[in-house]
Design a protein around this ligand. Structure first.
Ligand SMILES: [Zn+2]
Length: 265
């Protein structure tokens, strides 16, 4: 019985994954993510239902567009699979099964999915454009505030923690309106700070600190390798590092490791 439940969760995951690829592609271009029809980025042909089945369409079309035969980049496929696996892993780690479906479990699972949606789209855009997208970040802030309200309702003891986060949001928001708007620029580091607060709220301080340490390590190693390999040509290219992408990867890995540890003990 449980296997069918997990298959449904997996299908849900790859469907979300398919939405993530669309969001990463469209949000930075300012395109609508809900209404406009999907189309092939190469030939602009409108895609039908059969072209849009997550994972399966990619396999059966042989990784090509049905109309212009342009190769589809495997990242769409990979992101869908990762999302499906993440949904199943989380359902398993949270003891989410057909027999334990209660209100709290469903809420916990939903919040994790909302958070994962934020992390994946933010990381995807950072990977492609080396930018933290502001509307995506605002989505993250809104769901984290809703999550704080939820946490407060089920656990009134940690109120100082929640107040601290709300105060931090308020301060950063002030900096944005007063200082950054005046200079009309998006400061990458500033947007990373907000991302870290969202991470703290959803995955806790402990995991977030671990995430920062691993990210710093990875960036250092990456920088050393790049220095060793770099030629003069590379130096002229944009050398900014995708901090948002690194943070997301390590955050999700740590979340899975910690939840696995908690389940085993
Ligand atoms: Zn095409």
């Amino acid at each position: 019985m449980d296997i069918f439940f997990y298959i449904i969760i997996f299908i849900m995951g790859i469907t979300f994954g398919s939405f993530y690829t669309l969001a990463v592609y469209r949000i930075p271009k300012g395109q609508d993510i809900t209404h406009t029809h999907s189309y092939c980025p190469n030939c602009n042909h409108k895609l039908g239902i059969l072209d849009l089945i997550p994972v399966l369409s990619y396999i059966f079309l042989g990784a090509k567009c049905r109309y212009c035969k342009q190769k589809i980049r495997p990242r769409y496929f990979i992101l869908e699979i990762i999302s499906g696996l993440f949904f199943v892993t989380m359902a398993y780690l949270l003891d989410f099964s057909i027999y334990t479906l209660d209100k709290i479990k469903i809420l916990e699972f939903s919040f994790l999915i909302l958070y994962f949606t934020f992390i994946i789209i933010m990381a995807g855009i950072d990977k492609e454009y080396k930018k933290i997208n502001k509307p995506v970040l605002i989505y993250g802030v809104i769901i984290s505030i809703i999550y704080i309200v939820y946490l407060y309702i089920i656990d009134k003891a940690s109120i100082y923690r929640y107040i601290m986060y709300l105060a931090l949001y308020f301060i950063l928001f002030l900096i944005d309106t007063i200082y950054l708007k005046k200079n009309k620029k998006d400061c990458y580091t500033y947007l990373i700070l907000i991302t870290l607060i969202i991470m703290c709220i959803f995955t806790g301080e402990y995991i977030t600190v671990g995430t920062i340490i691993l990210t710093l390590l990875a960036i250092s190693i990456n920088t050393i390798i790049r220095k060793l390999k770099s030629t003069n040509k590379d130096k002229q290219n944009n050398n900014q590092i995708n901090i948002g992408l690194y943070l997301s990867i390590f955050n999700i890995i740590q979340l899975i490791v910690v939840l696995t540890y908690l389940k085993l003990t």
